[in-house]
Design a protein around this ligand. Sequence first.
Ligand code: NAD
Length: 416
Amino acid sequence: MSGYNPYDNVLATLESAAKVLGYESSEYEVLKYPERTLRVAVPVRMDDGSVKVFEGYRVQHSTVRGPAKGGLRFHPDVNMDEVSALAAWMTFKCAVAGIPYGGGKGGVAVDPKKLSKTELQNLTRSFTKAIAPIIGPEVDIPAPDVGTTPEIMGWIVDTYSTLKGSFTPGVVTGKPIELGGSLGRGEATGRGITITAKNALKALGRELKGATVAVQGMGNVGSVSAKLIHAAGAKIVAVSDVSTGIYNANGLNIPDILAFVAGGKNLLKDYKGDVEFIDNGQLLTLDVDLLVPAAMENMINQDNAANIRAKLIVEGANGPTTVEADAILEQKGIPVIPDILANAGGVVVSYFEWVQNLQQFYWDEATVNQRLENIMNDAFRNVWETAQEKKVSMRTAAYVVAVRRIVETLQMKGSI
Ligand code: NAD
């Protein structure tokens, strides 16, 4: 899918939602452009004494409804178009969830697996200094994404706090608990996906218990989704990571597989269990009740969409389905619960973490999980009802809910 620009995906979906709402282009034109983009050089002292310079980005797509909010990605393919698309998705995601944030995203074009721990820390501190002028608890709050971890968030807190002269845990979320992280944040995205999968199956007259499931990606999102979907009584027949997919028609031994890949210490290609090895393409086209793509964007595209046989797709990753694929799936009658609704659990608990940092008052895990469930249930109900009322797909309905909230905020501010 080289040459594919994910920002085109954002614009196409925004247009279709605005059309359903009957908006003039002047009412939502501003949402087509990121408010602020920053490209930075990230010099890093390597272990051999040399200095390497990496390219980094921070994009604030919108601060209409609150501070920009969104993760940092360390991955070789990171570029301005990708970061801008991810930032825009955060704007719409926060609006669908009804939390008081805009959208942002950032990243560095680097393969973190090729760095030593010292080099990774040097890179993180150098990048933090470069973006420090535009981040902060009241303006822009990063978090983990692909290739970044709670430990990395801890280094960001330390660097930012040193620059500002006071301990500022609210500058990022997804931190270790000892540094002001929230209980439940690590599992929040997967928990939100599981709640959404249950809600979607219920709305379609089915249930998660006993459903057959395939999960693409065994990182934070995929592995927690697999764990909680399995715990809810579903039969997970296939999972995958970048190295391979594994399959067992009778259901995989999920606890054993999760222990094997925990912390990214092993790849599935080295897993020794009662499984058949399949590739990621085969996993996506399995005949299952539920498919959860939880790896990277553009995985379901015009080359494979016609072969998808899943009865429901709940998007764990950001942007896993291209616009072309979406149209094919709609024609085939396969409902897709969009990323901005399904994977909002992470940013919702990031919001809780930030609230706890600002209040210096911490909640127990049961409170976090209950409040998460309430927000995910409300967001699902809102989008489902909008889809029924407007006779549109769940993706368009989610954008309708989000765009309406943002445009109404702009109107109330007198900005448009
Ligand atoms: P991660 O780095 O922890 O895991 C990514 C997983 O995808 C790994 O198992 C990796 O092996 C696999 N993968 C990478 N390339 C692949 C390929 N070409 N084919 C198959 N598998 C591949 O990342 P994550 O935090 O789990 O995020 C996954 C997705 O979910 C991303 O799109 C991210 O933006 C999105 N997301 C993450 C969060 C969060 O809280 N972490 C929240 C919302 C959305």
